[in-house]
Design a protein around this ligand. Structure first.
Ligand code: HEM
Length: 426
């Protein structure tokens, strides 16, 4: 695989001390992740207060959180903390209107293991709502192609260029919104709500921006409640009826819908954006052309999700000092588990930039009891989008925006502002 040279870092600087994946091109990320795996220590205390870890075995163990010293309870906590939200006067009306009483915990931060198993199985078990069963695959692909076409019609192709970032967000919104039974009229706003939830988790927001994010998060929960009630009334089998039949309380189901909506949009679309940037930057377009063959297009999606996922890290908390199996010592406190970095650990993936199979299982979708129940659907969604984009614009080229739009620092989510020239065909 090709490698693009990027700026050389001063040796003493930790590669992710001042920038996040979201602010880098794929080539800069390749370089910084390479340097990260040469860093002499196995963890780094980031100025956010989170301790970063990136070695494959450490990341897997902390994601699994099987030891009593490791907690998942902070997974969905806003980066700025609840006290700052409570101290932001503009945020309070939104908090009271939509988020008091506080929503139930239903997924990532649910610590009642029995209830969690029920919720997870309803989403990702063999008969789960998101599970991709072989017999249903052709219909799911067809539905995804329809979402792509609808997104393309919505974004518009009147110009000679196409905004892939907007297209991917509209596409991921349709896929995730329909998966949880949200009426189509609300899909467009899901992107804003999901962005708010994502932003609260990984960005250092203040004032007006923080209040806006709390408002959008509140709307996400209110709309999720409406979606659950609509689904239950409609009498068709959907997300909410499956939850009810499994004996899961309504308020837990509402949170499961909200968390899924928040989880599905910027993760899928960010992976697509960064993947398109990588694929189209290769002068030989090797991976781009492999998309044309159904026998290899799935491998490209898997590789994109290994190297450039739209979600790069997740949170855990160390309750008491712990020494992991490989010897890494972690003090008590919050941890940023950098799974996108772990996906490039040379100890687990001898040549991560090659499409040749080999190496361990990438940790993009987490590990253990809370592993992503949307994993297979998300992988298929990325594959279908990339295939369709190549189908409609085989000679696409990246258009550089001058000046390049700056992206916000985000410890969790990552994407790219991508516009393509259509190469004379659409
Ligand atoms: C590229 C796309 C995606 C990535 C990278 C991703 C990644 C992850 C990760 C790392 C977790 C583990 C959280 C933890 O251990 O606490 C997770 C959980 C989850 N994901 Fe995804 N996800 C993606 C797409 C989706 C989609 C499309 C959906 C739904 C339609 C979804 C729904 C969920 C839910 C509900 C959970 C919580 C599971 C639980 O705690 O039991 N995800 N995801």
């Amino acid at each position: 695989m090709y490698r693009v040279d990027s700026q050389v870092l001063p040796v003493a600087e930790f590669p992710f001390a001042t920038v996040t994946a979201n602010q880098l091109s794929f080539a800069e990320r390749d370089e910084r992740y390479r340097l990260l795996h040469e860093w002499p220590q196995p963890s780094y205390r980031h100025r956010s207060g989170l301790r970063m870890i990136w070695k494959y075995d450490d990341v897997r163990a902390v994601l699994a959180a099987e030891r009593p010293e490791i907690s998942r309870a902070n997974s969905l906590e806003p980066l700025v903390g609840y006290p700052r939200i409570a101290a932001t006067p503009r945020a309070l009306p939104h908090l009271f209107r939509h988020l008091i009483p506080l929503p139930a915990t239903a997924t990532a931060d649910l610590t009642d293991d029995r209830l969690h198993r029920k919720v997870w199985n309803t989403m990702g078990g063999p008969a789960g709502h998101f599970t991709l069963r072989a017999a249903e695959r052709p219909a799911r692909v067809a539905a995804m192609v329809e979402h792509f076409d609808a997104a393309l019609a919505e974004i518009g192709t009147a110009e000679a260029t196409l905004d892939v970032t907007a297209l991917s967000i509209a596409y991921a919104t349709g896929i995730t919104g329909s998966a949880v039974g949200l009426p189509a009229a609300e899909w467009r706003r899901v992107a804003v709500w999901s962005g708010a939830q994502s932003g609260l988790l990984g960005r250092w927001m203040r004032g007006r921006e923080l209040a806006g994010a709390v408002a959008a998060l509140g709307q996400l929960f209110t709309a999720s409640g409406r979606a659950v009630d609509h689904d239950l009334r409609s009498g068709t089998v959907g997300f909410a009826t499956r939850m009810r039949d499994a004996g899961i309380p309504r308020r837990v189901a509402v949170s499961a819908v909200a968390n899924s909506l928040a989880a599905g949009v910027h993760t899928v679309s960010g992976s697509i954006q960064q993947g398109v940037q990588r694929l189209l930057s290769d002068p030989e377009r090797l991976w781009w052309d492999l998309l044309a063959d159904p026998a290899t297009s799935g491998d490209i999606a898997v590789k994109v999700l290994q190297l450039d996922p739209g979600l790069v890290a997740w949170k855990r908390r160390i309750l008491r000092p712990v020494t992991l199996a490989g010897g890494t010592e972690l003090p008590a406190g919050p941890v940023l588990v950098m799974f996108a970095a772990a996906n490039r650990d040379p100890a687990a993936f001898p040549d991560c930039l090659s499409t040749a199979r080999g190496g361990k299982m990438p940790l993009t979708f987490g590990f253990g009891a809370h592993i992503c129940p949307g994993k297979q659907s998300a992988t298929l969604a990325v594959e279908v989008f990339l295939q369709q984009l190549r189908r409609v614009a085989p000679r696409a080229r990246l258009v550089e925006e001058v000046p390049a739009p700056g992206r916000a620092a985000d410890l969790l989510f990552s994407g790219a502002d991508i516009r393509i020239g259509l190469g004379g065909r659409l």
